[in-house]
Design a protein around this ligand. Structure first.
Ligand SMILES: [Zn+2]
Length: 393
């Protein structure tokens, strides 16, 4: 579909200010022309014109951390072990929910049976309505830690083989999870985190040698310490990052994907579905730790990319606006929060043709009935979503 978004406020995804009264013409799925509305030379009777007045056009949003195979909610972990047909159907449905909320590109950073790889292929083939998905396949974790449905390894050879297997299966990036031993799984005299700095160095080397990005789950203090220093492309969650860890991330150019929606949603469910007092308290503590780490990361200039962890925690899909609100609540300028979910996310994901509105780029666009640079909650006011120049929401 070729079209013109006429007389709109334009935010192009960069640190430039918003520009009033612009028009943006899309042809063959790409941005064909951008300029002052008064200077557009085409013939209005030949093109679909979309009224942009009192609206803001921004680049399509990017969620760097989702799991479409789980719906989130109060028992999100149990949902990952639902029967395969249920996981599959749900992933298709939730990817569409995500797309309609303005997410035109997403990283699905872990699914049982690598459902996300097949989902990404179906999305790229145009078989389903979904974001442009980068799938990590199945999580890679040390045996005796993390979730039972991850791909487990015990030593470095097995770790390299696990990474190769994900790449062969069609993954677009590698996802590793550092975590303490599960209850009663810790052998005598073993370290607190068996996936230690040496093993993580092996994983980074193996992924980077294949020119794949590597995302690392770290949500306890020891894992945050290791992951911040390993040269991974992104550190996911990171609520226990100390200033020295954040400094190491700045030095390594490692992105932080804070997934604050998870703790926010946990607190919501703790209040509404009658969780026991200790679980409620834990949700509150995690929320506070996360805010502290993110506020520090902002001050210290760590690169931050937006990710909700919808499905992988209590956060549900289609709520990307909430993550941006939480970033702003933690001290981020609304423009920086928006860049975290567009141009900066594009750099982390590796999508040079997306993430900003520029002539020649892919026409992934979101039209809002409000100005998110003034009020970040305007991200909730979706008027239209375009993906590759097609209207999808
Ligand atoms: Zn996750």
């Amino acid at each position: 579909m070729d079209f013109l978004v006429d007389e709109v406020q334009l935010w192009d995804g960069t640190d430039s200010p918003i520009q009033p009264r612009r028009s943006v013409e899309v042809r063959d799925g790409r941005i064909y022309w951008i300029g002052a509305a008064s200077e557009w030379q085409g013939n209005r009777s030949n093109v679909r014109v979309i009224d942009g007045r009192a609206r803001t056009l921004i680049p399509g949003l990017m969620d760097c951390h989702v799991h479409y195979s789980s719906p989130g909610g109060p028992d999100w972990i149990a949902r990952f072990t639902d029967p395969l047909p249920e996981l599959t159907i749900r992933a298709v449905e939730l990817a569409e929910t995500s797309l309609r909320s303005g997410v035109t590109t997403a990283r699905d950073v872990g699914a049982p049976h690598s459902v996300n790889i097949r989902l990404a292929q179906a999305a790229h083939a145009g078989e389903i309505r979904a974001p442009n998905i980068h799938a990590a396949g199945t999580w890679i974790a040390h045996r005796g830690t993390y979730v039972a449905f991850a791909r487990h390894f015990g030593e470095s050879g097995e770790l390299r083989a696990a990474i190769k297997a994900e790449i062969e299966a069609g993954a677009d990036l590698i996802k590793v999870a550092l975590a303490p031993w599960n209850e009663n799984a810790r052998p005598e005299n073993s370290p607190e985190i068996p996936f230690d700095d040496k093993l993580l160095a092996v994983a980074v080397e193996e992924a980077h040698r294949a020119k794949f990005k590597i995302a690392c789950h770290a949500n306890d203090p020891a894992s945050c310490h290791i992951a911040a220093r390993a040269g991974v492309d992104s550190l996911e969650h990171g609520m226990f990052l100390e200033p020295a860890d954040l400094q190491a991330m700045t030095n390594n150019g490692t992105y932080l994907v804070p997934t604050m929606s998870v703790w926010d949603a946990m607190l919501h469910y703790a209040r509404t579905v009658g969780w026991p007092e200790n679980r409620k308290k834990r949700a509150g503590d995690l929320r506070d730790s996360s805010r502290k780490a993110v506020s520090r990361a902002i001050t210290m200039g760590v690169r931050i990319a937006l990710g909700t962890d919808a499905g992988g925690g209590a956060a549900r899909h289609g709520r990307i606006a909430r993550e941006a609100e939480l970033m702003v609540e933690s001290g981020m300028d609304p423009r920086d929060a928006l860049m975290a979910g567009t141009s900066i996310a594009a750099k982390l994901i590796g999508e040079p043709d997306r993430g900003t509105i520029e002539k020649g780029k892919i026409a992934d666009l979101v039209l809002l009935d409000g100005n998110p640079l003034e009020n970040i909650s305007s991200l909730r006011l979706i008027a239209a979503v375009f993906q590759g120049g097609r209207r999808v929401g």
